[in-house]
Write a protein that binds this ligand. Structure first.
Ligand code: BGC
Length: 408
């Protein structure tokens, strides 16, 4: 069955500054890479700080029409209240390059990383955290002229979990334990190869509420100073209840997602980010069952997750949707195409049922730094980590073809 998408539909891919730029030395994540056992370093990453034009050319050349990338707070404000005009100009050049190449820029203002000084002054748990973030956002509005889509914060729900992990690591360290906590090696919060609910903390709603405030404050500034559509992007777990797990699922949905989705009220759109489906029974979230099809981050192979996520997001928010991330960590590119085909089928079915979706941005354009690990490859394009040579995979041409035809 042929599925046709609207002609205005945005087709593209997404990245995040810390994962691709390289040399993000002023950030808290960089500082932790040197301290936490088992955490691989981002180093030069994909050197996209210098090679962003080539990256965008690959995407546009394939037939895509949009690129989601981020602005790195740690570069814009390397010391508190010291703003870098040179870095602002750098990101403005990225915006201009995207537009020149026919790519609609979707700009993220915060994607997990903070400036190191911010973290050292209490991070998101400090009294003036929201003011600090809003001041940065206000400065960034100087370069957002003409940008139509702004994501204030990426996955505040995952960030709540990461913030709690950071707090606990600091407490452990103060109590004499190794930084990294419990003597265990680092596992990225985005890597799911263990019983997550046991090993990693549930997002703390108290921290989540800080992000809702930060998002609203940023939105106010952006509304006053830009004409962009404003939203944030929420990691969607695409929960499915086992018989008897319905009540538990409703509780967990609120803690993991709905608090943040409700924080979207009044936005212009909401970003949906989805990778796999997760079962909930009466005892809580089930770890992903062992299966040969599991992805390189340990999640179940569930292309239908995107449809589930979009429908849930629609039910909670009623807002127009932009798929800001969806993809698969695999070494088998044919599998990536199969997964994405399934995901787009689910998306098209949700749209046919009347849900407004403005675009699909695949995670990720490049094989990049997966928050402490290099092995999980999500890219439409492979990157040689020594020479930085980019090698597009067949999935890039495939996605570009879907974009050109507007049809699956
Ligand atoms: C994040 C990305 C990450 C991706 C794959 C999302 O949680 O926004 O930064 O690389 O999922 O795990």
């Amino acid at each position: 069955m042929t599925r046709t998408f609207p002609t205005t539909f945005l087709w593209g891919a997404a990245t995040a500054p810390h994962q691709i730029e390289g040399g993000n030395v002023g950030s808290d994540f960089w500082a932790n890479e040197g301290r936490v056992p088992g955490m691989e370093r981002s180093g030069d990453a994909c050197d996209s700080y210098h090679r962003y034009r080539e990256d965008m050319q690959l995407l546009a050349g394939a037939g895509c029409t949009a690129y989601r990338f981020g602005i790195e707070w740690a570069r814009i404000e390397p010391e508190e209240n010291l703003f870098s005009n040179a870095e602002l100009a750098h990101y403005r050049r990225m915006i201009d390059t995207a537009v020149e190449l026919g790519l609609t820029p979707v700009v993220t203002l915060h994607h997990f990383t903070n400036p190191r000084w911010f973290a050292e002054r209490g991070g998101w748990l400090a009294d003036d955290a929201v003011d600090r973030f809003t001041r940065y956002v206000e400065v960034v509005t100087r370069i957002l002229d003409g940008v139509e889509w702004v994501v204030t914060m990426n996955e505040p729900n995952m960030l709540s979990m990461m913030t709690a992990m950071g707090r606990d690591m600091a407490r452990n360290a103060a109590g004499g334990a190794a930084v990294g906590g419990g003597g265990e090696d680092w596992t990225s919060p985005t890597v799911d190869n263990g019983p997550r609910p046991v090993r990693l903390p549930t997002p703390d709603p108290e921290i989540g509420r800080i992000f809702v405030r930060a998002h609203h404050a940023a939105r106010q500034v952006l509304r006053a100073k830009t004409s962009a559509k404003i939203g944030w992007s929420v990691a969607n777990r695409a929960f499915e209840a086992r018989p008897g797990g319905e009540e538990r699922m409703a509780e967990l949905s609120w803690v993991w997602e709905d608090l943040y989705l409700e924080g979207s009220a009044g936005d212009d759109f909401v970003g949906v980010q989805s990778y796999s489906v997760q079962y909930v029974d009466a005892d809580g979230i089930e770890p992903y069952p062992d299966h040969p099809d599991n992805t390189l981050v340990g999640t179940a192979y569930r292309p239908d997750a995107l449809g589930v996520a979009v429908r849930h997001t629609h039910e909670v928010t009623g807002l127009p949707i932009l798929v800001t991330e969806n993809g698969i960590a695999t070494g088998d590119d044919a599998r990536r195409i199969a997964y994405t085909t399934g995901a787009l089928e689910g998306l098209a079915a949700a749209m046919a049922d009347g849900i407004t979706v403005h675009g699909y941005l695949h995670w990720s354009l490049l094989d990049n730094y997966e928050w402490g690990h290099w092995a999980p490859t999500f890219g439409l394009v492979a990157v040689d980590r020594e020479t930085f040579v980019r090698t597009p995979k067949p999935s890039l041409a495939w996605l570009g073809g879907v974009a050109r035809r507007g049809q699956l």
